[in-house]
Design a protein around this ligand. Structure first.
Ligand SMILES: Nc1ncnc2c1ncn2[C@@H]1O[C@H](COP(=O)(O)OP(=O)(O)O)[C@@H](O)[C@H]1O
Ligand SMILES: [Mg+2]
Ligand SMILES: [Zn+2]
Length: 455
């Protein structure tokens, strides 16, 4: 019987060790080493992929424009930077049950409508299960191959036989290669299979979309190591208990990151939400409430209107709480410090909760002023007018810095029916459709929103 060995591998960087280590000596991450059992050792087949290309002079390299394949799902195309790039490896990562198989089956159907040949490798579900889902999603196509298979070598030979334009692997954690002895889902397997898929994608100019599960406790080797290997990483997020879902690009060698696409889950599949502002704002009341401010974030190419909520109250604890949800906590602490020092708002005995509604993450500094106003108005029990949007970055001395894409942001506010915008002075602009109030300092922004008597 083959000797059973075990080794410890870092899920972040792939560092290997014979025993457990709390801290990875390679990348310095803590608690990332996971044990892998090696059943037998076979030589790796990596040398099968020796690249025979020679160095070329830069001036001699001819450029063929990257060919993009449209998925017919405009939100998905936008996240990808304008469609799937031929010969690229794309990772779609997300919690189990979030809808990864659903969106990729839908996408496969759409790609087939465009005359592409798609091979959908299902390593987790049977053909019948896929068929049932396809019926529910109304996907039917003559060019769509469903292939229930877990062995990488078989997948490879089918790709060679069918020569599809696009391959979907559902999921990378469920497939394994014979050349590696550890079980499927282990770091070594994921690395080996991804390597093989990368090679297939590049050598045959096939687009490979790989599904990766993310687990909260990280019991399966997290797709971190995968992220370093692939061309594009897209996170599929959302609340399993609510119907909307978000696609977010985290890494893209062929496009802009920080794009967000929003979908809603229906029984017949995921539907794009073309105007997400309605979704994020319609739950809020039209009455102005203390502790609420509407901002226009512009993290990707499309601006989004998002509500920032704050709750400020006397703390029952020895040291006050600072809880943030959807905003960067360091940034919020800085804004609170500026509010104390430059506006004279005393928060030292107050708990402060800041929440970005709609499950959106806002990390750009242009959200600062909105956060500050939500906190300040809640602390003073006054309200920002519900028809006003707030845009601006706050500096440490309480000055307001300009933001990028002001026209785009204002345009979005106008389209959603807002009447007034507080904007940085340096972004001063004349817009007939909306009243703009350019402000130089935080205190000016506060007095422009609420009566100065309150402060
Ligand atoms: N019959 C159905 N009607 C409506 N929604 C469904 C139905 N079946 C499954 N779903 C939705 O699909 C989700 C599972 O999607 P799936 O693509 O299998 O997820 P993943 O591949 O990410 O694990 C469920 O969480 C549920 O929201
Ligand atoms: Mg699935
Ligand atoms: Zn490491």
């Amino acid at each position: 019987m083959a000797k059973v060995k075990s080794k410890w591998i870092c899920t972040e960087c792939g560092y290997e060790s014979a025993g457990y280590l709390g801290k990875c000596p390679e990348c310095g991450a803590w608690g990332t080493l996971s044990e892998e059992i090696q059943f037998a050792s076979k030589p790796s087949q990596q040398n099968e992929f020796v690249n025979t290309q020679k160095p070329e002079l830069l001036k001699d390299i001819c450029l063929n424009d990257e060919v993009r394949i449209s998925t017919n799902i405009s939100e998905f195309d936008r996240i990808l930077g304008g469609g799937l790039v031929q010969g690229s490896l794309v990772l779609i990562a997300g919690d189990p049950g979030i809808g990864k198989s659903t969106i990729l089956l839908q996408t496969s159907g759409e790609l087939c409508k465009n005359g592409k040949k798609v091979l959908y490798v299902s390593a987790e579900e049977s053909s019948a299960q896929i068929k049932l889902r396809a019926q529910r999603l109304c996907v039917n196509s003559d060019n769509l191959y469903i292939y229930p298979q877990t062995l990488m070598e078989n997948i490879k030979s089918q790709i060679e036989e069918i020569s599809p334009d696009v391959v979907v692997i559902d999921s990378i954690q469920a497939i394994y290669s014979q050349s590696v002895s550890s079980s499927s889902g282990s770091v070594t397997q994921i690395r080996e299979c991804t390597n093989l898929l990368m090679h297939i994608a590049k050598s045959k100019n096939i687009t490979v979309i790989v599904i990766g599960h993310v687990t909260k406790d990280g019991s399966i080797a997290g797709p971190k190591i995968l992220e370093h290997m692939v061309d594009t990483v897209i996170y599929f997020e959302g609340d399993k208990y609510k119907s909307y879902r978000m696609l977010r690009s985290m890494k893209n060698r062929f496009g802009n990151t920080s794009e967000v696409g929003i979908f809603e889950m229906h029984s017949d599949g995921l539907k794009e939400i073309k105007n997400p502002n309605e979704l994020f704002l319609n739950e809020r009341s039209q009455i102005s409430t203390p502790g609420s401010a509407i901002i226009v974030t512009n993290e990707g190419t499309r601006p989004l209107l998002v509500e920032i909520q704050a709750l400020v109250g006397t703390t029952p604890y020895p040291s006050p709480r600072r809880v943030t949800n959807g905003a960067d906590s360091g940034r919020v602490l800085q804004i609170l410090a500026v509010l104390e020092k430059r506006v004279g708002l005393n928060l030292s005995k107050q708990d402060v909760y800041v929440n970005v509604t709609g499950g959106i993450d806002v990390s750009e500094p242009a959200a600062d002023l909105g956060i500050a106003l939500a906190v300040a108005t809640c602390a003073r029990d006054v309200a920002v007018d519900s028809q006003t949007v707030i845009i601006g970055e706050i500096g440490l001395s309480g000055e307001i810095h300009p933001v990028n894409n002001i026209e785009k942001r204002l345009n979005e506010a106008v389209m959603s029916g807002f009447k007034k915008a507080i904007i940085p002075y340096a972004n001063k602009i004349n817009d007939k459709r909306i009243e703009t109030v350019p402000v130089k300092r935080l205190i000016d922004a506060i007095s422009a929103c609420v009566s100065p008597v309150s402060f």
